[in-house]
Ligand binder design. Structure first.
Ligand code: F6P
Length: 366
């Protein structure tokens, strides 16, 4: 008898734990022998390309991959079925909607379910495909932890661990040289990584997108620290942080089909602003960048990702389409995709985490 076919895609920026989700889906599916699992290379691109790039994901393909960073089926945060880049005769690029074609390809290939592992943008695509009749289930991923309707996304804790270990390394060099160290971490609109790292590492200042900073208050806090006879200080800043009445530090991307602004470099802006505000101490900047997204996931994320994968397949069996796997109150549940994309998971400025940071003397420059 012909097997039922499940398609798995990974979309958006990569994230530690993607492979652990894929492995869990395949292992759980192996207990339901009437199913087979396929992966499309680079999100839906593999199905939309000629020739198609789809691979069978069997036990051999996923053996041991839970330990590996990245995604064995690749990913992309450019274009997509609703805005596929095409080059015009004059060399410029425009986008076409290939979503109906994708729906037809999924039907022709006999896929009876799709699991899409991705962040905000990917889940929007999932919801739009679901509205076109695709039986789809979402799995939330992003190191930024900015996806609503789940307490945590996998990959976030690994990014925090990498940032905290980097922070710890900066402490000894800052102390030796009596310097201000500014460490920039990822976080476009939400300061989760910065906030967790600042608390875990013991920063003096933490600057996040949700709390625009007053540079004079930041400078004052750092002055105070030097006047106390402790001649070094640490600032953690999220890439999307901005001063009061100021703008984010970003540049336009030139890559075809890339719709995001490219962030990164706010640490250097902050350094210049602190100089202008009269801080005389030596300042050094570290931009962690994509090192936060690479490498092996920590155990927490492997466990969370594995739970997400098993749950996602069980939702396929239960035909809970149009839903996303979610981690809430220490258990794994499902939530409507609509709920996941309706809101954005900002750090709540009145949360106990912010209160905790303030309680141990961390300044947000407000
Ligand atoms: O959304 C996750 C994220 O890591 C952001 O924090 C960051 O701004 C962005 O991706 C970088 O994306 P890219 O890989 O396209 O440079």
């Amino acid at each position: 008898m012909a097997k039922k076919k499940l398609l798995v895609v990974t979309g958006g920026g990569d994230c530690p734990g993607l492979n652990a989700v894929i492995r869990a889906i395949v292992k759980r599916a192996a207990q339901s022998p009437d199913w087979e699992v396929w992966g499309s290379i680079e999100a839906y691109n593999g199905l939309l390309r000629t020739p198609k790039e789809i691979v069978l994901l069997d036990s051999a393909a996923v053996a041991g991959i839970h330990v590996r960073g990245g995604t064995i089926i690749k990913t992309t945060n450019k274009g997509g079925p609703f805005s596929w880049p095409v080059q015009n005769p004059d060399g410029s690029w425009s986008a076409v909607d290939r979503s109906d074609e994708l729906v037809e390809i999924l039907r022709q290939e006999g896929f009876q379910a799709v699991i899409s592992i991705g962040g905000d943008g990917s889940q929007r695509i999932s919801k739009a495909l679901y509205d076109k009749g695709v039986p789809i289930i979402g799995v939330p991923k992003t190191i930024d932890n900015d996806l609503a309707a789940t307490d945590f996304t996998f990959g976030f804790q690994t990014a925090v661990q990498i940032a905290t270990e980097s922070f710890d390394r900066l402490v000894s060099t800052a102390e030796s040289h009596h310097r201000v160290m500014i460490m920039e971490v990822m976080g476009r609109h939400a300061g989760w990584i910065a906030l967790h790292t600042a608390i875990a590492g013991g920063a003096e200042v933490c600057l996040i997108p949700e709390i625009p900073y007053d540079i004079h208050k930041v400078a004052q806090r750092l002055h105070q620290r030097f006047n106390n006879g402790r001649g070094f200080a640490h600032v953690v800043i999220a890439e999307g942080a901005k001063p009061k009445d100021g703008t984010i530090t970003a540049r336009l991307a030139t890559e075809v089909g890339y719709e995001n602004l490219r962030l990164g470099g706010v640490a250097y802006q902050l350094s210049a602003q602190l100089r202008a505000a009269g801080l005389t101490a030596d300042i050094r900047e570290t931009v962690l960048g994509h090192v936060q997204r690479g490498g092996t996931p920590i155990a927490f994320d492997r466990v969370l990702a594995t739970q997400f994968g098993v749950k996602a397949f069980e939702m396929v069996l239960a035909e809970q389409f149009g839903q996303m796997v979610s981690y809430r109150n220490n258990t794994i549940v499902s939530v409507p995709l609509q709920e996941a994309i309706a809101n954005y998971n900002y750090v709540q400025v009145d949360s106990f985490l912010i209160q905790t940071a303030r309680g141990v003397g961390i300044s947000f420059g407000d």
